[in-house]
Design a protein around this ligand. Structure first.
Ligand code: OAD
Length: 232
């Protein structure tokens, strides 16, 4: 049976109350990427960067998964073959909605990482600058998120899934950040049927075989219902 690979972005969590990056009033309209989402920004002003992620961590802990997250979890449990969810999101709403084995290619807000030894542990709600690593005691704790200029996580595993996908869906992502923006081409090269599900067509829309335009809480359950009906 057909393997489905799904890429999600900030748009799937928007209706839960988390800001996207590039929509009007989004995070990148309020903060400079160079300041809060690069290793250089962290070296320059670690307090600013920790404050940015502390605020996002607090906010993410207060919101609930929505019908789109829940529909994907249902697809995972009812589809007869593998359903792989790859997310660019650092929130944990897929898991809270019931999804399993979600691949977080840009890391997670609830994780901490030691910049010195690579040790990982659960982030406290508020991370402080200079916090010692529990493994090596260096004062080099940082959020376990991927910044611009850093390599996204789990790439080998993701490419392996894309090369064996029969269906590829990109949900709630503007397709402006690589390598995720090129996953559709990898999947197409493997012969997958590709669909974009987004509030509005993106710059990459023409690269997809199919599209569903509208709010994720409406379009994603519709798409999942359609797939599950086809299966029967
Ligand atoms: P963006 O903010 O770039 O794009 C969000 C997309 O979701 C836009 O195309 C919106 O039209 C769409 N959208 C908004 N509300 C929606 C809704 N209710 N239903 C469906 N779609 C909706 O966010 P991403 O594409 O996720 O990386 O951004 C990718 C990466 O850029 C992020 O992971 C982050 C950011 O910089 C890093 O920080 C490394």
């Amino acid at each position: 049976m057909e393997k489905i690979v799904i890429l999600t972005g900030a748009g799937i969590s928007a209706e839960s109350g988390l800001s996207t990056f590039r929509d009007e009033g989004g995070l990148w309209a309020q903060h400079r990427i160079e300041d809060v989402a690069t290793p250089e920004g962290f070296a320059r002003d670690p307090d600013l960067v920790q404050d940015f992620y502390n605020a996002r961590r607090v906010q993410a802990a207060q919101v609930q998964p929505n019908a789109a997250h829940q529909a994907l979890a249902r697809l995972q449990s009812e589809w007869p073959s593998e359903v792989v969810i790859v997310t660019q999101n650092v929130d944990s709403l897929h898991e809270a909605g019931g999804a399993e084995n979600v691949i977080h290619m840009h890391g997670r807000l609830d994780g901490a990482l030691c910049a010195a030894c690579g040790h990982r542990w659960a982030a406290p709600p508020e991370m402080a600058v200079g916090e010692p690593c529990p493994a090596c005691a260096e004062p080099t704790a940082r959020p376990d998120v991927v910044w611009f200029g850093e390599m996204p996580y789990h790439m080998e595993e993701i490419y392996s899934h894309l090369s064996s996908a029969s269906v590829f869906a990109a949900i709630g992502t503007s397709g402006q950040v690589y390598p995720a923006a090129a996953f559709v081409h990898e999947a197409q090269a493997a012969g997958a049927h590709t669909i974009e599900i987004n509030l509005e067509p993106t710059m990459g829309t023409s690269g997809f075989d199919d599209r569903l335009v509208g709010k994720a809480t409406e379009t994603v359950p519709q798409w999942v219902n359609r797939l599950l009906q086809q299966k029967d």
